[in-house]
Design a protein around this ligand. Structure first.
Ligand SMILES: NC(=O)c1ccc[n+]([C@@H]2O[C@H](COP(=O)([O-])OP(=O)(O)OC[C@H]3O[C@@H](n4cnc5c(N)ncnc54)[C@H](OP(=O)(O)O)[C@@H]3O)[C@@H](O)[C@H]2O)c1
Length: 287
């Protein structure tokens, strides 16, 4: 059976470069998934000009029907999934104060969308599969600035349900204007979106939890689920100084996606610059 890799939100940016790298290094088909058909097909034809042959499939990570359709396609065509890169994400710089709408939308895409893809695809992961969740070092900033009580809730989260509760608490706290009472930081630098950081924190929290879920099923061997940070990379999302090229940004995600068989780690961990790092200790500059 032909192996298959899936990269979400890969019509541009780091995801596009991950597809390019997988087309060169992965022994199987590579699915370039995009929510918009014309943007996805344009990205495929651009890579074809380099002699690469990714396959396009539509995927909106906020639409369960769209995720289910892709799962059925992969299961029927390939019998299972070998590499899943949860790359799709969004960032709305909030300015002075984050609106409830921005918080809700950002968490809906970055946390709930990623979670929906992960949970839908987990049952069809083949033995030896690699899952990479694009998180970010900025998650550490909100953690460090949270109250001791909030930090304890974050550290004690032991199930997907617990992580989802943390995400919902943040969205509700913005809506109700009770961030401080709930232990969330209110002094995040203006250029950063707190909801972006918190959604990415959720992604970091999910990786060890979902790894444990997989490990509990002894019939499924050598599946690795890790989070990683690509580092500040010049894309439509990040236009600040000192950004890496998209191919440089894709380096760590590709490293995690292509981990050889039976490596002991990284396993449910956070990887930055090809090295394991506790996400809470990640530097705020994410370089
Ligand atoms: N760039 C950085 O410095 C940096 C640092 C740390 C982490 N990251 C993470 O790396 C990942 C890629 O970021 P990037 O900088 O390459 O961003 P980007 O250039 O803005 O690309 C984001 C991709 O996600 C897609 N997307 C957004 N919402 C989607 C949805 N609902 N369903 C499916 N796809 C959706 C976008 O599609 P459209 O074109 O249709 O909008 C686009 O293809 C993100 O998860 C980001 O948080 C980036």
């Amino acid at each position: 059976m032909v192996k298959v890799a899936l990269v979400t939100g890969s019509n541009k940016g780091i995801g596009y470069a991950i597809v390019r790298g997988l087309c060169k290094q992965f022994d199987g088909d590579v699915i370039l998934a995009a929510r918009d058909g014309s943007r996805g097909l344009a990205a495929v034809s651009s890579l074809e000009k380099e002699g690469l042959h990714p396959k396009f499939h539509q995927l909106d990570i906020t639409n369960q029907e769209s995720i289910d359709q892709l799962k059925v396609f992969i299961a029927e065509t390939y019998g299972g999934l070998d590499v899943l890169v949860n790359n799709a994400g969004m960032f709305v710089p909030p300015g002075d104060k984050e609106s409830a709408e921005v918080a809700k939308t950002t968490i809906r895409v970055n946390y709930f969308g990623t979670l929906a893809v992960l949970q839908t695809m987990m049952p069809i992961l083949n033995s030896g599969a690699r899952v990479v969740n694009l998180a970010g070092g900025l998650a550490s900033v909100v953690f460090r600035k949270s109250s001791p009580a909030r930090k304890k809730v974050i550290c004690d989260a032991a199930s997907v349900h617990d992580v989802t509760d943390v995400m919902n608490n943040y969205v509700q706290s913005v809506k109700d204007g009770v961030l401080e009472q709930e232990g969330w930081p209110v002094d995040i630098p203006k250029m950063m979106s707190p909801a972006y950081c918190i959604g990415k924190m959720g992604i970091n929290m999910l990786s060890p939890i979902t790894q444990k879920m997989i490990d509990a099923d002894t019939s499924r061997s050598d599946i690795l689920i890790n989070a990683c940070c690509p580092g500040a990379t010049s894309t439509d999302m990040y236009r600040g100084p000192g950004g890496k090229t998209i191919d440089e940004g894709a380096d760590t995600p590709l490293y995690v996606a292509l981990l050889p068989p039976n490596v002991p780690e990284p396993r449910g961990q956070h990887v930055f610059q090809r090295k394991i790092l506790e996400w809470m200790k990640h530097g705020p500059s994410c370089k």
